[in-house]
Design a protein around this ligand. Structure first.
Ligand code: ADP
Length: 792
């Protein structure tokens, strides 16, 4: 770009008049050699003129680069006389020249302006060169050092120039040399050019240089700061990219990395507790190092999926409005006042105490009485999710707790599965059939369940598969059972039991009218305008088409009616269908259950008992008959152990009382007795048929008939005391169904009569008894005159 030739300017002869070449954006210093492109007419003319004469020309800078044809005033007066070393005409008409600065000069006046400028000029000579004083030397060294520094900071200088700068001993020339290579702004350069004191010039260039060095330093700092920032945020990225590249090189596919990144994001989103997150990240890191298709990777992937999908911190907000809860419960359920009341109390306490560690509710009652639907209503009232899981037949602890991951195809237990399904960590979680839970060599699901239900433990429920604790303390557990007895007692202790008994036919009709029919109409897309089921039909359904304590089959039969009507309407037979007991069989077919054949007359050896089964109360007939033999006893009709023992006790009692009953003692040793309970396919057990069996035996041996409209229930002891039994309401209902008028009950069950609806008690007599004697005197007919027991 620029070059220097060392020559003393003092020695150069300059003519007093020279053509003037205006230059833009550059200031030429003496000794500088540089190429110039010339396009303007006045410039070309001036050059041509100079080339033809002494090749000398005055180069002056323009004040404003934008002016195309500068007037005299637009040009600086001080410039540099240069000699044109070479000239080249370019094809486009421009000229390229190589000039070398010789000496500074000043235009005194313009003698010609057209076709190019010519001026009278005066050579400018620098002020007397000072001696190389200490100060000057220091100045020069300073400038040289600054040049070195800026060089180190990235400023570019031609290598030749560096050498020159190193060797120059003259302050003015050093200043010019540096100035012409710094790429200064034209104004700044012009100022330096006009300065005739070499020391001052050197000082100025020193200032400019140190400013430049500072600028370079700041620039470098900015650069390194930016770089540092990028480094921090992108370091990880670059590392991962590198890792990716390495994996790619190894033939491991890219999808995997993508998957890992996705999993990491999912972990972030799942907002897990720290401990769980750590575990998840640990597993991801393991997965990351594995081959994608390995079996182990599959296992880990499933595991991580489970972790990220569990609702660690997702929950619904409780509504806890008792009025609203009452409304919901009433909307969904007929009657059940006591139960509803208790549920509302439970919710009330919950409202006051945030995290209640109270008992678990347990609804006990026969199927179809609304246990599940109560649970659903509670969930609806609280605004929680509802999940139901049946424990029936569960034998394996792993079903609750899951299998350890080392098992092939291991899965979390059903509690965790349920939580994942609802997607919230505080659902109403219904555990159905706790009474049907089993136990065998595979562990004890009941004890695992205990942990689930225990508020002291369940905040960190340990599922074997998850391996990290899950907090179940916000879950509201409700259990259901058909019977209380089979529930393991530790489990029973945790629960507050609410009994739901079966419904009478009247109640069922009420439920059907108010709840089941509207529900089914809606489900079948018809309205009350299409169908009317009157009370007599409903009553008949409950007695002859269904045999149940609850209303499940009743609901099914109603659905059946709705379906049939909906079909007729769809077929175009649009009218109102009135269904009554007269035409019911047209829709539902012949009745499935005819009323149990009632005993037509008082018979010997047959007594009527009341039983309580899972499906509610029922009537059982117990038959006893004696035949020649050796004092043996035979029991048939699928009687369980307890019932068999009860039969033996009854027989022993009757034997011990033979005298007062008027039975000849030989009767027992010379006869066998056979006790049979019909409906033999059904397993029967329990002690509550004790007095019924004793009555049948007594009747058989005495020959006295049993009153046909007396039913009884109660346990008997060897000494003839009558002990209390359970399920009185169910049994009373069954008795009413069968049109029985007198029911013998244990004295100690008298208090339970309170729970039995008035209309049942209205035309039925309950006889509380304490001894077997009282039973027999109420149940057996008086002996016919003249006859004193049977003799054989
Ligand atoms: P469970 O769980 O006791 O076996 P469900 O809750 O499944 O019985 O009840 C069966 C059906 O009977 C459901 O449709 C339920 O709504 C209805 N139901 C039971 N009891 C009542 C009641 N008291 N009022 C209204 N509907 C009832």
């Amino acid at each position: 770009m620029a070059d220097f030739d060392i020559k003393e300017d003092r020695d150069i002869e300059i003519p007093s008049s020279l053509p003037i070449l205006p230059v833009r954006d550059v200031v030429i210093f003496p000794y500088m050699i540089l190429p110039l492109f010339v396009g303007r007419d006045i410039s070309i003319k001036a050059i041509e003129h100079a080339v033809e004469s002494n090749k000398l020309i005055l180069l002056v800078s323009q004040r404003d680069v934008n002016i195309e044809t500068p007037a005299k005033e637009d040009l600086y007066t001080v410039g540099t006389v240069g000699t044109i070393l070479r000239m080249l005409k370019l094809p486009d008409g421009r000229l390229k020249i190589l000039v070398q600065g010789l000496s500074k000069a000043k235009v005194i006046k313009y003698t010609q302006t057209d076709p190019f400028y010519v001026g009278e000029i005066d050579k400018i000579i620098d002020q007397e060169q000072p001696k190389l004083t200490l100060e000057v030397e220091a100045l020069m060294r300073n400038v040289k050092e600054l040049v070195d520094k800026s060089l180190a900071l990235g400023k570019s200088f031609l290598p030749d120039i560096i050498v020159l700068i190193e060797n120059i001993e003259e302050p003015g020339r050093l200043a010019d040399l540096v100035a012409s290579n710094l790429g200064l702004k034209a104004e700044q350069a012009q100022e330096l050019l006009e300065e005739t004191d070499p020391i001052l010039r050197l000082k100025k260039i020193g200032e400019i240089l140190s400013h430049e060095v500072e600028l370079l330093l700041v620039q470098q700092k900015i650069q390194s700061d930016v770089k540092g920032e990028i480094d921090k945020t992108q370091r990880e990225y670059f590392l991962r990219e590198q890792l990716k590249a390495i994996q790619k090189e190894l033939g491991e596919i890219d999808e995997k990395t993508e998957e890992i990144m996705e999993l990491r994001k999912k972990i972030d989103d799942a907002k897990m507790p720290d401990k769980v997150e750590k575990e998840a990240i640990k597993q991801i890191n393991r997965l990351d190092k594995m081959h994608q298709d390995s079996a182990e990777a599959g296992t880990i992937r499933t595991y991580i999926d489970w972790l990220v999908e569990l609702p660690w911190s997702k929950s619904t907000k409780d509504k806890l409005d008792i009025k609203l809860a009452k409304k919901v419960l009433d909307e969904d359920h007929y009657d059940l006042e006591k139960i509803k009341e208790r549920i509302l109390e439970y919710l009330g306490v919950r409202k006051l105490k945030d995290k209640m560690k109270g008992p678990i509710l347990c609804f006990v009652g026969p199927p179809g009485v609304g246990k599940t639907s109560l649970g659903k209503s509670i969930a609806r009232a609280l605004g929680r999710e509802f999940y139901r899981m049946s424990l029936g037949g569960m034998r394996d602890e792993a079903e609750i707790r899951g299998h350890r991951r080392t098992y092939v195809g291991a899965m979390p237990g059903r509690i965790i599965q349920g939580i994942k399904t609802v997607g919230k960590n505080n659902p109403v979680f219904m555990l159905d059939e706790v009474d049907k839970i089993g136990m065998d060599f595979r562990g004890d699901p009941a004890s695992a369940l205990l942990e689930v239900l225990d508020p002291e433990q369940n905040y960190s429920f340990a599922d074997h598969y998850l391996g990290v604790p899950f907090d179940l303390s916000n879950v509201m557990f409700i259990t259901t059972a058909n019977q209380m007895d089979p529930i393991p007692s530790p489990l029973r202790d945790r629960m507050e039991v609410l009994y739901l008994s079966g419904y009478t036919s009247e109640e069922k009709v009420g439920i059907a009218k108010n709840y089941l029919i509207p529900k089914q109409l809606k489900e079948h897309g018809i309205t009350g305008k299409n169908i009317k089921i009157n009370d007599s039909a409903l009553f008949q359904i409950t007695t002859q088409y269904t045999l149940e304590a609850g209303v499940r089959n009743l609901e099914r039969q109603i659905a059946n009616l709705c379906r049939k009507v909906a079909r007729k309407i769809a077929e175009g037979k649009d009218k109102k269908y009135n269904i009554s007991s007269n035409n019911l069989s047209k829709y539902l077919g012949v009745p499935k259950f005819l009323p149990e054949e009632e005993i037509q007359k008082d018979e010997v050896g047959v007594s009527t008992g009341l039983a309580w089964t899972e499906a509610g109360g029922d009537i059982i007939y117990i038959e006893a008959s004696i035949m020649k033999g050796k004092g043996g006893i035979r029991l048939t009709g699928q009687l369980g152990d307890i019932m068999q023992e009860s039969a033996h006790a009854a027989l022993s009692y009757i034997r011990s009382k033979s005298k007062s009953l008027g039975i000849n003692n030989n009767m027992f040793s010379s006869n066998d007795i056979h006790i049979h309970v019909p409906a033999g396919a059904i397993q029967k057990d329990g002690p509550s048929a004790g007095i019924t069996m004793a009555t049948a035996i007594a009747s058989a041996f005495t020959g006295r008939a049993v009153h046909k409209n007396v039913a009884m229930t109660g346990e008997v002891t060897l000494r003839g005391r009558v002990l209390p039994i359970g399920g009185l309401k169910e049994k009373a209902l069954a008795a009413k169904r069968m049109g029985i008028k007198k029911v013998i009950i244990p004295k100690r069950n008298e208090k339970d009569l309170e729970d039995i609806p008035k209309y049942i008690k209205k035309d039925m007599q309950f006889i509380p008894v304490e001894t077997m004697d009282e039973v027999l005197s109420n149940a057996l007919k008086k002996p016919s005159r003249g006859k004193k027991g049977r003799k054989k």
